[in-house]
Design a protein around this ligand. Structure first.
Ligand code: MN
Length: 214
């Protein structure tokens, strides 16, 4: 279906092998997830996975919440040749690795990048980046909504919302990458990202605080 200018493709359980082949032709894919709440994985569960190729499209997948079997999604997540671009991946990688039982490779986190190169602001939300780099005003109202409805019961507003969370990320990543180089912080960014999986293990083990803090 087409919403606004965005082409939206919906899938139950997993992407098809044709779509897998198409997505595998891209060097980078934007990714986002929606869950039943923020306390992933112990209270809340993964509800939706969204991808975008950066060409105003969104692939929205509702995994099977009984067995979370999605081998084609896992192939993309584990593919070291495809950069997965996400905003605040501390949440998404945690849910994806826990529920889909995979080991994500090659990720770019626009929130961590933003914190390291946009020191002129305190605002590092996705809507702040979309406004600065894409000139669009994102409506984040529907972020907290029921993503566990059947795929065909999700409203157009919900589909538009969860598409908006992926369609701008390529552009944002390119801008932030240039800024990281300009500010001489690319290495610091890359080293910070190496710690992300450990940070997620700490979260999942109940260490929510900053363990480096005095
Ligand atoms: Mn989202």
């Amino acid at each position: 279906m087409i919403l606004g200018m965005t082409k939206i493709y919906k899938f139950q359980d997993d992407i098809s092998s044709d779509v897998l082949k198409e997505l595998e032709t891209h060097k980078s894919l934007a990714i986002d997830t929606e869950g039943s709440g923020l306390q992933i994985p112990h209270r809340d569960k993964l509800s939706l996975v969204q991808f975008s190729t950066g060409n105003n499209d969104a692939y929205i997948i509702q995994p099977n919440r009984k067995n979370y079997k999605a081998p084609n999604i896992v192939k993309i997540l584990e593919n070291n040749n495809i950069t997965k671009i996400g905003h605040y991946l501390r949440y998404d990688v945690s849910g994806l690795e826990y529920f889909l039982k995979c080991n994500m490779q090659n990720i770019f986190d626009t929130k961590i990048a933003s914190k390291l190169c946009r020191t002129y602001t305190q605002n590092h939300g996705l809507k702040d980046l979309v406004f600065e780099f894409c000139g669009k005003k994102l409506d984040k109202k529907l972020g907290s909504s029921d993503w566990n409805k059947n795929l065909d019961e999700l409203t157009e507003a919900q589909l538009q919302y969860c598409s908006n969370d992926v369609i701008y990320l390529h552009k944002i990543k390119d801008a932030l990458h240039k800024m990281l180089i300009r500010e001489n912080r690319l290495e610091l960014y890359e080293n910070s990202l190496k710690f992300l999986k450990t940070r997620i293990k700490l979260d999942q083990s109940g260490f929510m605080e900053d363990i480096f803090q005095h």
